[in-house]
Design a protein around this ligand. Structure first.
Ligand code: ZN
Length: 319
């Protein structure tokens, strides 16, 4: 059982050691994964209001992702940028996460388009004759009979339609990290205070779901979250610079499972509302897609500079 204990302590030591290494030489941003949301049988949200382009989220996300991949490769040729998909195929979130982890991504960027419930409007388009029935009865008891007599009546004729969404703008989302435990807080604040009581029940294979491993996993989650907030704020800032309505950086507790299952900093960008008239045209236009791709790329360049050089002045300075 001692061997197992040693293995476990070696692992902890490596973890602590790697943190102090990181303090001197920050990790390089070498690989970026760009994920075009939805695809194949999964259309995502669809433009449904009256006069809409009837565009599908899966097509918009793919078009923007392709431009983003091209812009990242152009601006950051030393970085490997990998798309999760380049065609109209369906991938479940586990598949997306698997690709991201397989290529050891240092940053995961999901491209999506937002939507919301649409109100139904109606307009009077004329009058029309409809058949109604007058119901009478004859006879009594068991011989009672129902008689339906048709008659024509003129009524208003309405046309129903979906109203476009009022909400518009771009928003950036990060995943919720695990609740910071006291033990985890101690590790982050002062790792010397950290002491794990390893016991003989530890198995040879490190189980990342075990109670002993939970704080370790949580440290990574926390570190990734700080980086995610960092890149998220930069994307938000770059988008706002273009004059587009920016809805800020948000955190969702649930619903971004793909972000929670990648072992790297990750953000999800809702590029615009597909059911808002102006937004749908913007995210479907060559100019809009290119502008978004360039904004996100600018943000990634600033983020790379910060994580690699610890240059925080860049956040305020702009470029
Ligand atoms: Zn989506």
């Amino acid at each position: 059982m001692l061997v197992k204990k040693i293995i476990f302590f070696i692992f902890i030591s490596l973890l602590v050691f790697s943190k102090s290494i990181h303090a001197q030489a920050p990790k390089l941003l070498k690989t970026i994964i760009v994920d075009a949301g939805h695809g194949g049988e999964d259309n995502g949200a669809v433009g449904e209001y009256e006069g809409s382009l009837r565009s599908k989220e899966k097509d918009v996300t793919l078009a923007i992702s392709k431009k983003l991949v091209a812009a990242l490769q152009r601006e950051l040729p030393e970085v490997t940028t990998i798309p999760t998909r380049t065609t109209d195929i369906f991938q479940n979130v586990n598949e997306k996460a698997r690709i991201a982890n397989q290529y050891h991504g240092d940053l995961f960027i999901c491209i999506h388009a937002d939507s919301g419930p649409l109100k139904t409007g109606r307009r009077l388009i004329g009058r029309h004759m409809v058949t109604r029935y007058k119901v009478t009865y004859t006879g009594k008891g068991k011989k009672k009979k129902k008689i339906k007599t048709p008659y024509e009546v003129e009524e208003n004729l309405y046309q129903y339609y979906k109203l476009p969404l009022q909400r518009s703008g771009t928003s950036v989302w990060i995943f919720a990290s695990h609740k910071t435990s006291d033990k985890l807080k101690a590790i982050i604040d002062n790792e010397a205070d950290f002491n794990i009581e390893a016991d003989d029940s530890l198995s040879n294979n490190i189980d990342f779901n075990s109670p002993e491993m939970k704080p370790i996993v949580a440290i990574y989650a926390k570190r990734f979250q700080l980086k995610s907030i960092n890149i998220g704020m930069l994307v938000e800032d770059e988008v706002a610079k273009t004059g587009r309505k920016s809805l800020g950086l948000n955190q969702r507790q649930v619903g971004i499972r793909v972000l929670q299952s990648t072992n790297m900093p990750a953000i999800l960008i809702e590029t615009g509302f597909i059911n808002n008239e102006e937004d749908e045209r913007y995210i479907n236009s060559e100019e809009g897609q290119e502008e978004l791709a360039v904004s996100i790329t600018q943000a990634v360049k600033r983020y790379k500079n910060i994580v690699e050089n610890g240059n925080n002045a860049n956040v305020q300075a702009g470029k």
